[in-house]
Design a protein around this ligand. Structure first.
Ligand code: AMP
Ligand code: MN
Length: 328
């Protein structure tokens, strides 16, 4: 990858901190995805191989589709309040607390912040933020290359998982030449692309498929058919004996309808809380929408949590989208 001078300085700073530190806390955001888990596991494995003590943490259950990655069964949920670390590597998080409060910043000497979201803050001692990168995994690979670290097959598979899940298998608008270059390098480290693909995308239960079927059957369009939305109610999960992880990816169907600019999935958390996932076509900036609800993400893939029941949340989002799409 062609790195800018400023990126090289940041990577060099990261490399220094890594060399100076012995104990590492590594975490991505709550409700982790393939990129945050893949990047975190690759980092932990490499650091442990170099004689460091590194562990990955996640307050939330990790998605089923990353459970084939080596080390995923060693991810911990919590640490003691008295535990201290030399370095916390925080991935894909707008601030320290988006990791879910497993540790406080006072429990670590140094903080390395690595992110590719447009919504970010400089909360680390080093902040390696590249919003144009399709995935955090690509940024982690840059660090390994700078440090001249050769990856083992299972480490490469972790990063490859980050790239394919965050680019939607190389078809989303965030896919760059570097997503392919990085993937080619990872293949040279032995990634079995067919195995990884099958593990991630073709290993669901029959119930997960029924959940998606039921959810898709209920898809609606509003605002002159420019917006589509899917409701994932508690009832749908109950009917199909599934859980949240089984609905992974359903949001990507929302843009398949001709003329749709924004697609949404509303997930009922409880009577007063709804999580919303958004996808949009190239020119529509979702950050202008999710910022109104304290959410974040990327221009064409973003999310937020709304403090309202699912039906109310649909109305609230519809009103905001009506304004942004300039529909009367
Ligand atoms: P999702 O729809 O859950 O796949 O999320 C799409 C993108 O938006 C991802 O990059 C998420 O990290 C980001 N995102 C989702 N929900 C939130 C939130 N509540 N706050 C900040 N970013 C979010
Ligand atoms: Mn990511």
């Amino acid at each position: 990858m062609n790195l800018s001078k400023s990126d090289i300085n940041k990577i060099s700073e990261i490399s220094k901190i890594i060399k100076q530190s012995k104990t590492f806390f590594i975490a991505g955001h709550i409700k982790p995805d393939g990129d945050s888990i893949g990047s975190a596991l690759a980092l932990a494995s490499v650091l442990n191989r170099r004689g460091k003590k590194a562990c990955v943490y996640s307050v939330d259950e990790i998605p089923k589709f990353v459970k084939f990655l080596k080390g995923s069964n060693k991810i911990k949920k919590a640490v003691k309040k008295t535990d201290k670390f030399d370095c916390a590597i925080i991935l894909e998080s707008v601030n320290f607390s988006r990791t879910g409060g497993i540790i406080t910043p006072s429990q670590t000497k140094k903080i390395i912040n690595i992110d590719h979201h447009l919504t970010y803050t400089d909360f680390g001692n080093v902040n390696y933020i590249v919003p144009s990168s399709s995935s955090t995994a690509e940024l982690v690979l840059n660090i390994f290359e700078y440090m001249k670290i050769k990856l083992l097959k299972h480490e490469a598979e972790c990063l490859y998982t980050g790239i394919i899940t965050d680019t939607g298998r190389f078809q989303q608008v965030n896919t760059t030449p570097n997503s392919h270059i990085a993937s080619a390098k990872l293949m040279e480290c032995g990634v079995d692309v067919n195995k990884v693909y099958k593990e991630i995308y073709e290993k669901g239960s029959i119930n997960a498929l029924k959940l998606q079927g039921l959810a898709l059957y209920g898809i609606k369009t509003i605002l002159n058919n420019k917006v589509s939305y899917i409701l994932l109610t508690k009832d749908i999960f109950k009917k199909t004996s599934t859980s949240e992880g089984d609905s992974e990816g359903v949001v990507n169907y929302t843009l398949r309808i001709d003329g749709v600019i924004v697609g949404c999935v509303f997930k009922e958390v409880d009577g007063k809380t709804t999580k919303v996932s958004f996808r949009s076509i190239r020119n529509f900036d979702l950050l202008k929408v999710v910022r109104e609800f304290g959410g974040g993400g990327h221009k064409n893939a973003a999310g937020c949590t709304i403090n309202a029941g699912i039906k109310e949340a649909v109305k609230i989002v519809e009103d905001v989208l009506r304004k942004k799409l300039k529909i009367k």
